[in-house]
Write a protein that binds this ligand. Structure first.
Ligand code: PEP
Ligand code: MG
Length: 422
């Protein structure tokens, strides 16, 4: 007999590293997969976009009360029912009535999706004519195809980890990396592509050839640029690959997790060294390649002039900025309910970063999940943000909010929000 095996699964907290996946609700269709597929429920919103997300989802699900193996096999079918979020139900072998409900929902979702598609070519500006730039976050080179189709004006965050994680073989060499980066640059036809240097450690484990023991599990440990600076040969290899891609378009280097002046010095020293090495080998690259910093550690936000003076652009990684400001391990299910992008401390930090960068004329974007959440679009506009970078699936939803927003009115109200303590 068909029955609801698990309902009211706290999906949102299940995806503890999560705000990232912003899972509102998940319809899990399994067991009788063939019959369900034939009933067309599977044509709902695709959920798992890449192997990287899959590995993240696996990690998150292992902490839920539901038998993880069971849920995983269902998730492999990869379909998310958005809009079903409030219910947050995982349904195994749904009955006829439920399927009928889902079909109705499916019709609504598809209708809305068609309406959204019409926004693709609209100019991205607010109702009071403030121009906004929408960039895409991508995890695989081919994601760039969707980014362009949906009207992104560049790739604001290319997470390069896919090249390094879950690998059985050795780490990719310069040539392999160069080919992948170049592919994105080519697909973006001259638009900027921020290639974030490797961000392993904490919840992102290195595969195969790398020394996994060195990338601990603590989010306060040796991750991102900290790790790269302890592995200069691996870092130099990546920098050379990015530099070579810059000969074909606007590849830019973006550095995660910086906090210290001496990390910045060391990073630039290695970038110069990578340039010299390529020069000696007669390889083409853009000597004026732009270098950006992710602002995702509160300490960096509090000494922003250091970053403004030395980088061509800034990108705020709110996922980590929230984690470190609120002392919430983003992979720890037990504290997921405290992960709050609307905490006044976060809003004030964001307002300050954006204001200082704008005043100094240094481009600043938000590339954490906040930027892709349409419920937060107007708030970010009110804080003065004009560059948003998000998973490409969110682009049109956020654009719809932007087209309807009046920044002048929003800004007039934001001071009161920033003064609030709760
Ligand atoms: C962030 O921290 O907000 C971010 C964009 O990077 P990641 O989620 O990959 O750490
Ligand atoms: Mg981050």
């Amino acid at each position: 007999t068909k029955k609801l095996v698990a309902s009211a699964l706290p999906i949102q907290s299940a995806f503890a590293s999560p705000y990232r996946w912003r899972v509102l609700g998940l319809a899990v269709l399994a067991q009788t997969s063939a019959s369900i597929v034939s009933q067309g429920v599977y044509t709902l919103v695709p959920f798992l976009q890449s192997a990287f997300q899959l590995s993240q989802a696996k990690a998150a699900l292992s902490v839920t009360a539901v038998n993880a193996g069971q849920v995983m096999s269902m998730m492999l079918m990869g379909w998310l029912i958005d809009k079903y979020g409030e219910r947050g139900v995982v349904v195994v072998a749904p009955d006829e009535q439920l399927l009928a409900e889902y079909r109705k929902l499916q019709t609504q979702v598809l209708k809305e999706a068609r309406k959204l598609q019409q926004l693709k070519h609209a100019k991205t500006e607010t109702a009071d004519r403030v121009e906004i730039e929408l960039f895409a976050n991508i995890e695989l080179p081919e994601d760039a195809i969707q980014a362009v189709k949906l009207g992104a004006v560049g790739v604001g965050l290319f997470r390069s980890e896919f090249l390094f994680m879950d690998r059985k073989q050795a780490l990719p060499d310069e040539e392999q990396q160069y080919q992948e980066y170049r592919r994105v640059v080519d697909l973006m036809h001259g638009l900027p592509v921020n290639i974030r240097t490797i961000d392993v450690g904490a919840d992102k484990a290195l595969g195969g050839g790398g020394d996994v023991s060195q990338t601990g599990t603590s989010p306060l440990g040796l991750r991102a640029i900290r790790w790269s600076l302890t592995e200069p040969e691996i870092f130099l290899t990546q920098l050379r690959a990015i530099l070579r891609a810059s000969a074909h378009g606007q590849a830019r280097i973006m550095i995660p997790m910086l906090a210290h002046a001496k990390e910045i010095d060391e990073t630039f020293r290695l970038i110069e060294k990578a340039k010299q090495q390529l020069h000696q080998r007669g390889k083409a690259f853009n000597p004026n390649i732009q270098v950006g910093a992710m602002i995702e550690i509160p300490a960096a936000a509090l000494v922003l002039p250091l970053f403004i003076n030395r980088f061509d652009f800034l990108s705020i990684g709110t996922n980590d900025l929230i984690q470190y400001t609120l002392a919430i391990d983003r992979a720890d299910h037990a504290v997921a309910h405290l992960y709050d992008p609307l905490h006044p401390a976060i809003l004030n930090l964001l307002a300050n970063i954006i204001e200082q960068a704008k005043r100094a004329n240094v481009p600043v974007a938000v590339c954490g999940e906040m930027a892709g959440d349409p419920a937060l679009t107007r708030l970010l506009l009110a804080l003065g943000l004009t560059d948003f970078s998000m998973h490409f699936s969110q682009l049109l939803l956020v654009k719809r909010e932007i087209l309807q927003a009046n920044v002048g009115l929003l800004k007039a109200r934001v001071a009161r929000v920033l003064r609030a303590y709760e």
